[in-house]
Design a protein around this ligand. Sequence first.
Ligand code: KIV
Ligand code: ZN
Length: 511
Amino acid sequence: MQRQESFSKPFFYDITLRDGNQSLKKPWSLDEKLFIFDKIISLGIKAIELGFPASSQMDFECCQTLANKAPEDVLVSVLARAHKNDIDRAIEAVKTAKKPRIHTFITLSPFHMEYVLMKKPQDVAQIALDAVEYTKKRLIEENMPVNIEFSVEHFGDCRENLDFVIEVLQKIVEKGATTINLPNTVERTRPKVFIDMLKKVKQALPENVIISVHNHNDLGMATATTVEAFFEGALQLECCLNGLGERAGNTDFTQVAVALHNNGIDTGIDLEQIYETSLIISQMSKVKIYEKAPLIGPEALAHRSGIHQDGAIKTKDMNFGAYRPIHPSLIGRYDDEKIGFTSQSGKTAIYDILKALKYPITIQESVNLTPYAKQLAETKGELTTDEILQLYFDKICDIKGTFELISFKPIEKGVFDLFFNFKGERKEVIGKGNGPMDACLNGLKKLGFEVNLSHYKQYSLDGDTKGSGARAMTMISVLDKNNNEIIGRAIDTSTAQANVKAIFNALNQLY
Ligand code: KIV
Ligand code: ZN
């Protein structure tokens, strides 16, 4: 990954409490806003739009309380339409803040001026200029810093009158605006079209004016537009936690922060807090994180195709994953990459799932189990872990065939009576040996069924559980006539029975 040394830190301007809040079915109360405000600050975000004081008494009071509480290194802003009452209300709401800002706006889009404001462009421009001039005057009267953001609402729709917009913005800067925000209020075109417009505005304005973007996500490209805007000189990025906002929402903060990080930018954000914060915001906004939401969606770490599963498992603990953009711990996400078994999956998934369930399995056994799992998944869809486990018990630990164990009982110390069917024919033999396994192998040998054990292992499947319920697994390896290794497994609460069953399991593969 290349480092882009020449770029300054992005200035994240959080709009969760204003643009996000205004889109909620139940806007947040003061207590809720206070809680979220703290979360935003602890993420390391240094600019927060608190609300729209003129919209309601409740929002005014929220803005006032939060402004009062804001730490001195956090800029707090409030929204005001471009008229005196809103501006007065906004100033009243933030005047106790250590770093206050007034954010005023009006549209300059031809469509909006004609059909929504029903005003001529020159008249709208005058309203904008007057609003900024008035804000500056009032801020000075109140002994407040002159920090004014002006937004061209529907900037994205100003393609045909961009020269006019630029002229107005130049005057607006002269009147005192310090940040010029370019909202893509409704996303209708390509990110590139927007970026080209932004570049023209940037070139036309003095260097010290901060260019900001505020992209809505109607076509799902808000993150792309915002990230590219940063690389074209927009320093202020207006983002919302969980991409909340009107319609399809605003630009998602997480996506932008992580994308910039992945492109070598120091975001100044405590990325590790992102995941937990997103879960909290989802709960508090009652807006679910959709399954496939990038980075934070429940499915964002799921792999179902065999090829992806193989790559994901091989690179699981690496920082750079084969099929994920970041190591999830970067954003404080600690659930494992999910490996789901479907008809598209393969042996690596079976192996990984059973291993995660703490059931021993070899790669060869997963290869053997895969066709059964695929066949089941073709009709059922994704298999549950219980279904996979059941297949493991049936097809790996209890292989049926020409041998069928009926009973294996001790007669006296070191002597056992073995009953079984071979190709449907009843067989009985007395086996003697050094323990049950040896006795069983000797008994079988007497009848001409030789089993050459090359490996033997016992597992306790239920951890430290003691007593009659605890299950033991026996795994044996035997060599067939071509010297191929065959594994016989079996599970039983009696170790002796597990041993004998494992031998029969192997026999059914040998014969
Ligand atoms: O989407 C928008 O245009 C806005 C402005 C008020 C900045 O939210
Ligand atoms: Zn907006």
